[in-house]
Design a binder for this molecule. Structure first.
Ligand code: PNS
Length: 159
């Protein structure tokens, strides 16, 4: 398909669910920018540098993936890297309303950038960074949910 896509998110921290979406986007688009943005309704556990470090480590084998952060609107970031697409993962119906709202707002801000949704692999349909943090906080097993480096970073945070 070609083109430049942005995979935006909080990534607090990155999970196997995110990684699945990033890998699949990287197969379709020429260049994928994974960008850590601020979600004003969330209070992050990891700072932006920590989140970027973890994403870079787990995507280092993907040649067409770049990792970045941005303070501001997703559409301003998309313009700054000449992206023509935004990729979001959809897990369940419960994601739909929120995604429709931000996609519609983004289209008002810039209708030249199209948003595409990738259905999350069934294996990860229940998975979220919040759930992973909750389990990690009480020393539950998260080895099937996040890469090793993320598991270690969570252990360090909750020690
Ligand atoms: O992983 P998340 O928290 O679901 O990602 C949401 C995110 C960070 C992509 C969204 O909150 C976002 O785009 N934030 C930047 C500000 C913005 O452009 N908001 C959309 C217009 S309302």
């Amino acid at each position: 398909m070609g083109g430049i896509a942005v995979c935006p998110g909080s990534f607090d921290p990155i999970t196997y669910g995110h990684l699945d979406i990033i890998k699949r986007a990287a197969k379709v688009f020429e260049q994928v920018y994974v960008v850590v943005l601020n979600n004003s309704s969330k209070n992050p556990l990891f700072n932006v540098e920590e989140r970027i470090h973890l994403i870079k480590e787990v995507t280092k084998d993907l040649n067409n993936v770049k990792v970045d952060s941005f303070q501001g609107l997703l559409m301003d970031y998309a313009k700054s890297v000449n992206a023509n697409a935004v990729i979001r993962g959809l897990r369940a119906v419960s994601d739909f309303e929120y995604e429709m709202q931000i996609t519609s707002m983004n289209r008002v801000l810039n209708d030249e950038v199209e948003t595409f949704f990738i259905m999350t692999n069934n294996q990860y349909s229940f998975l979220s960074s919040s759930i992973v943090k909750e389990v990690a906080k009480y020393s539950g097993d998260i080895s099937e949910l996040v890469p090793d480096i993320v598991e270690q970073a969570l252990k360090d945070k909750f020690q």
